[in-house]
Design a protein around this ligand. Structure first.
Ligand code: GLN
Length: 382
């Protein structure tokens, strides 16, 4: 298996003194003090022994309540499984749903864990490519990829790395195809709270006919800007959740109880806390977008996630995205993520092939300003 591009770029950044790491997506702030305090209290005063494999009852209830409140979903604690991060949830979902020989549809650019996990589950991936700069989901392309062995789709919405939030029209068309062809939708919705410009998250689970065929995956790490916590959750109809829970038993079995307690506390915070987080990130997005645009870079719109993308060709930067990212570390002192590894070919596809890089803006203002200045100086020189 390959080294993930996130680890590769972070290792490169750590090995090069003074580099600003806008590659791997993690915020540079400490995270919400009250959630951290809840975890500390739980470590000192709570149980440090195995919680139930499904998760602490209070955390499962909090996840259900959170989705009732924020996404009007009719879910109960019994429909919730707590996992050690969303990546584990995706692995458990694929192991539960995919049998050898089944086909699974993946959308390129795709998060780098999906393809190796589909293969480990014995599945064969079929690819549907979204094209820049709009990255729209074309139902005709999806329909063309569906065959008699197709079992599932994996949808990341909002989409990392393209920073797209799919709209109602795209999602309704996709849901209709899932229903017509009896497909399971594995929905990686870890960025559901990180949406900008007043957008609201549209869970595929809520579309007609999807309640019994959707596996919804979320992440406390993304919601609370605590990516190292690795607390994820799965929401699914009991018929789907049971096999996923059994796979989870043999992956990590359970998830640290103190972090689960703190996540339960955090999920119950008032809506304003989540609005403030979004507003903060939107300001950071605008700051980096503005500074890069002033430096002559073509930035594609970011509708959600911690990320924005730069179109190198449209910025008159010549070269392959991977090479440019290596050169940026060495010559500009900024680490970024190339988009090529998010394609099965490893090269990017379609128009603008190998031409996009992703930057994380979940950082302090001074860090963003410094990075934009370094990249602008580099662009002028080269
Ligand atoms: N989700 C993070 C990102 O997209 C990476 C997580 C990881 O390094 N595996 O940057």
């Amino acid at each position: 298996m390959p080294t993930t591009i996130f680890e590769e770029m972070s290792m490169l950044a750590r090995a090069t003194p003074g580099v600003i790491n806008l590659g791997q997506g993690f915020p540079d702030g400490p995270g919400p003090a009250d959630v951290l305090q809840a975890a500390a209290d739980a470590v000192l005063r709570g149980s440090n022994q195995y919680p139930p494999s499904m998760g602490l009852p209070e955390t499962r209830r909090a996840v259900a309540r959170h989705y009732q409140t924020h996404q009007s979903l009719e879910v109960e604690a019994d429909d919730v499984l707590i996992t050690s991060g969303a990546t584990e949830a995706i692995a458990a979902a694929l192991l539960a749903v995919v049998s050898p020989g089944d086909e699974v549809i993946l959308f390129e650019p795709m998060y780098d864990a999906y393809l190796p996990l589909v293969r480990q589950a014995g599945g064969t991936a079929k690819f549907v490519t979204l094209r820049p700069p709009a990255w729209r989901l074309d139902p005709e392309d999806v329909r063309a990829a569906i065959g008699p062995r197709t079992r599932a789709i994996v949808l990341n919405n909002p989409l990392n790395p393209a920073a797209r939030a799919f709209d109602r029209t795209e999602l309704a068309a996709l849901a209709a195809l899932c229903v017509r062809h009896d497909l399971v939708a594995i929905c990686d919705e870890v960025w559901e709270h990180v949406l900008f410009d007043g957008r609201r998250h549209l869970p595929l689970l809520a579309f007609e006919g999807m309640a019994e065929r959707t596996i919804k995956i979320g992440s406390a790490g993304k919601i609370f800007a605590l990516t190292g916590w690795k607390v994820g959750f799965v929401v699914a109809h009991p018929g789907l959740l049971g096999p996923i829970a059994r796979a989870h038993q043999f992956l990590t079995f359970t998830t640290p109880p103190n972090l689960q307690t703190a996540v339960a506390f955090g999920l119950d915070k008032p809506a304003e806390a989540f609005d403030a987080m979004r507003a903060d990130l939107q300001r950071s997005r605008d700051r980096l977008t503005g500074a890069l645009a002033a430096g002559g870079f073509a930035v594609t719109p970011s509708e959600g996630t911690y990320f924005l993308c730069v179109d190198l060709a449209a910025s008159s930067v010549r070269g392959e995205d991977r090479d440019i990212c290596r050169r940026w570390v060495a010559e500009a002192g900024v680490a970024a993520i190339p988009l090529s590894p998010f394609y099965a070919s490893g090269q990017g596809q379609g128009q603008g092939q190998g031409s996009f890089v992703r930057l994380c803006f979940a950082k302090a203002d001074a860090v963003l300003d410094d990075a934009a200045e370094r990249l602008t100086r580099w662009r002028r020189k080269s």
